[in-house]
Design a protein around this ligand. Structure first.
Ligand SMILES: [Zn+2]
Length: 183
């Protein structure tokens, strides 16, 4: 039975690398995949899933108007990067894609923004996903990183701003809860 998966982590935990590995594993078995990434993510050019370790491949982009249930192809697995940018309605569509159309869906994303506020898409993924898994990485202090902070171009932590601001990975740091409140 097809399921909806949410694999979450703090920033810089290798989510895109993990996604590309899963895509490779499916294709190595002769199975088809379809990749999506957020249209608002311009870090590496629209329509690419890029691992910081080097590999990258093209992906279809979704904006807030895209309908996954109606438009996603009938493949062996749909993979969604930057899944925090899904709308709640799109998470519902992906849930139906798995359970009504029978297409497994694996979403990769972060849970909360640089102020500790949840992304609406991630909130719905946590509510509806059949399987929720954490990809772990650690804070500079050695504890597990669960939060994200954003820094400005001079490296100073930002305490206000828009939730969605794709400024490149170097603008974000992953920290533990303790460091989030003390940094
Ligand atoms: Zn820490």
């Amino acid at each position: 039975m097809a399921k909806l998966y949410f694999r979450y982590s703090a920033m810089n935990a290798g989510k895109s690398t993990a996604l590309l590995q899963v895509a490779h594993n499916y294709e190595e078995q002769g199975q088809s995949v379809h990749l999506y990434t957020a249209a608002i993510d311009h870090r590496y050019g629209v329509g690419k899933v890029t691992s910081r370790l080097g590999p990258q491949r093209e992906a279809a982009v979704f904006d807030s108007q895209f309908n996954f249930f109606k438009e996603a192809p009938q493949v062996n697995c749909v993979l969604v990067d930057e899944a925090q940018f899904l709308t709640p309605e799109q998470v519902r569509q992906l849930h139906q894609l798995a359970h009504v159309r029978g297409v497994p869906v694996i979403c990769y994303g972060i849970r909360s923004d640089f102020l500790g506020e949840p992304f609406p898409g991630s909130t719905y993924l946590l509510a509806l996903s059949d399987t929720i898994e954490e990809l772990k990485n650690i804070c500079t202090c050695g504890k597990k990183a669960t939060m994200n902070i954003r820094v400005d171009t001079s490296g100073k932590r930002m305490k206000s701003g828009e939730q969605i601001d794709i400024g490149g990975n170097e603008r974000y740091q992953h920290v533990c809860g303790r460091c989030f409140y003390s940094a």
